[in-house]
Design a protein around this ligand. Structure first.
Ligand SMILES: NC(=O)c1ccc[n+]([C@@H]2O[C@H](COP(=O)([O-])OP(=O)(O)OC[C@H]3O[C@@H](n4cnc5c(N)ncnc54)[C@H](O)[C@@H]3O)[C@@H](O)[C@H]2O)c1
Length: 297
């Protein structure tokens, strides 16, 4: 008899109410071991390109993909961050290949993708994650700020997707874009970011429609607030922001980068083999709320 859920069934399956040891018999133990082994090798032999891949969410994606068997080309515009990330993860050996790349430079993107395919023979996964934010309601946004945000957050996704798609069609690969809940609704004073992330969401759907018949899946995650270098300075310096998040996010906290990376890896993996064109909020429930006050409490 298997362990009952009420008594700590390791799989959480409510099969009985009998207390028992961690594994009721060897077969069950082997099922769990086999499942764990399969999970560990989810990306064996895969080659993945991750933009913004050495900081915050992208760094988590890079390390998790490597841990699950992939070779990762982590590209970023920040040379110093690349140097420190590479030094910290030297034990990854040949599974980690870091390169300086500005995703706003279409010609440079084309060169890096071509070089990656020449070196590794194929490209299976693109995680278009590099992004920046800028403050300002429309009347306050300068041309330079608008162009900067749109060129990194939107043009950057377009450039890497355009360069990678012929190779992803060959490999039957997939794209995961890092959008944002800021692409699903408006924020206070974040006009350019809202516009860019909204466009990334619909570009994701457009690519899913255009390339599904050629075997390429295209999805996006839409993170809520995440404790990364993009947001941590605000969280640390502004108690009102921290309290508002705690109150408005049903799970009561901001995310850790690993929690977004887990969703990205799911969408990139064969576990999501029939999932395309999806925008997956990973936001602790923030976008599930209408934000109405308690009318009856
Ligand atoms: N942190 C959050 O709360 C949050 C929420 C929703 C969405 N996001 C999105 O997640 C993604 C990752 O952000 P993060 O929070 O991990 O921040 P981060 O600053 O830690 O990482 C972003 C990385 O992108 C790189 N980058 C910036 N411009 C680039 C360019 N032109 N070319 C190549 N790389 C460039 C940066 O150098 C940095 O390493 C972004 O697209 C961001 O918009 C973040």
């Amino acid at each position: 008899m298997r362990c009952g859920a009420g008594f700590g069934d390791p799989l959480g399956v409510p099969t009985s109410t009998q207390p028992c040891s961690l594994f009721a018999d060897l077969d069950e133990e082997m099922d769990v071991v086999n499942a764990m082994t399969a999970y560990a090798g989810r990306f064996n032999g895969k080659v993945a390109l991750v933009t913004g891949g050495v900081s915050g969410i992208g760094a988590s994606v890079t390390t998790r993909l490597i841990a699950e068997g992939a070779t990762v080309i982590a590209v970023d515009v920040a040379e110093a961050t690349i140097t420190s990330f590479s030094a910290e993860h030297a034990s990854a050996g040949d599974a980690l290949d870091t390169r300086i790349l500005d995703v706003t430079d279409a010609a440079a993107v084309d060169r890096v993708v071509a070089d990656v395919v020449e070196k590794y023979g194929h490209l299976d996964i693109l995680v278009a994650n590099a992004g920046i934010g800028a403050a300002g309601a429309v009347a306050d946004v300068t041309d330079a700020s608008w162009r900067m945000v749109l060129s990194v957050d939107l043009d950057g996704v377009f450039h890497v997707a355009r360069a990678a798609l012929p190779h992803l069609i060959e490999s039957g690969g997939s794209i995961v874009n890092t959008a944002s809940i800021s692409g699903m609704g408006g924020d206070t004073g974040m006009a350019a970011y809202n516009a860019a992330k909204g466009a990334v969401i619909n570009l994701t759907r457009s690519m899913a429609v255009d390339y599904g018949h050629q075997g390429v899946r295209v999805n996006a995650v839409a993170p809520g607030p995440v404790a990364t270098p993009l947001l941590t300075p605000v969280l640390e310096s502004n108690e009102a922001v921290r309290n508002t998040y705690a109150e408005r996010i049903p799970l009561g906290r901001v995310a850790q980068p690993d929690e977004i990376a887990a969703a990205i890896l799911y969408l990139a993996s064969d576990d999501a083999s029939f999932v395309t064109g999806v925008i997956l909020p990973v936001d602790g429930g923030l976008t599930s709320w209408t934000a109405q006050p308690n009318l009856f409490g």
